[in-house]
Design a protein. Structure first.
Length: 265
């Protein structure tokens, strides 16, 4: 079930141009930045959020929360609302939503552009090991007990119950409920961004020996990798899933430029 949420300080509707309705599939910092940029340029912008977190951050524009009912539901929404362009600015690991966006845009005849945050790449001093999925990360930790920092989404934590020998530090935006089924786990509820100094203090405070995270990309979550590098801590990096082959850019500025030349529906 979905519902609409109005922004705390909605922009003036004066000057909005008919036919410039933009739907942003959001949930990322880049989506929020893009929404503000486009609203300031006279676009009628709405951000769609999956609603996986209890506390929804102000997007500065009207927000729609909840699913569409698959690709068919999204296509119907695009047509019904007269959306002129669809921007997929979801998290790099929201592969199902990205696939639905590609199928819906094609069915509805709406131009689609993906805003993909560039992936992180290792540098000098990094001790990274890339794994295909969470299950491989669990196996890669091995049987010897370790102190592990899990910087993952709540849905990805369950797999680590299969390795109860480790002591886990779990950080999430919302409380983990029910908690991970292991004897030793510490939970930290916090929302980033976190800088390198803060992340280093956290790793040292909990004597972390391994970091497990996704290759989310972007500067907001990079502090933990820099801290791990400085402390010589190995990182298990979960590989990004394959995404649909659609036109894509890596910055909000490129989206603005694309919209200036996007075909009309």
């Amino acid at each position: 079930m979905s519902h609409d949420v109005l922004p705390k300080a909605p922009p003036s509707s004066a000057g909005l141009i008919t036919g410039r309705r933009i739907l942003i599939l959001g949930g990322t910092t880049e989506a929020r930045e893009l929404a503000g940029e486009l609203a300031g340029r006279g676009f009628a912008v709405r951000v769609s959020l999956a609603g996986r977190t209890a506390q929804i951050r102000d997007q500065g524009v009207p927000v729609r929360v909840g699913g569409f009912g698959g690709a068919a539901g999204l296509a119907e929404y695009l047509v019904r609302e007269g959306v002129a362009a669809l921007i997929d600015a979801t998290h790099p690991y929201a592969a199902v939503m990205s696939q639905h966006a590609a199928e819906a845009a094609r069915a509805a005849g709406v131009p689609l552009l993906a805003l993909h945050r560039p992936a992180w790449t290792p540098g000098a001093g990094d001790r990274w090991r890339e794994v295909a999925n969470v299950e491989q990360a669990v196996a890669a930790l091995g049987t010897e007990p370790r102190r592990v920092f899990l910087a993952l989404g709540r849905k990805e934590l369950e797999a680590f119950a299969a390795a109860p020998q480790h002591a886990y530090l779990v950080r999430s935006v919302d409380p983990v409920d029910p908690p991970l089924g292991v004897p030793r786990a510490v939970y930290v509820t916090a929302r980033g961004p976190f800088d390198e100094a803060d992340e280093r203090r956290l790793l040292e405070q909990h004597a972390i020996e391994h970091l497990v995270c996704r290759n989310s990309g972007g500067p907001a979550a990079q502090g933990k990798l820099a801290a791990a590098r400085a402390l010589g801590i190995p990182v298990l990096l979960i590989r990004r899933p394959p995404l649909p082959d659609v036109p894509a850019v890596s910055s909000p500025a490129e989206v603005v430029a694309w919209l200036a030349h996007a075909p009309s529906r």
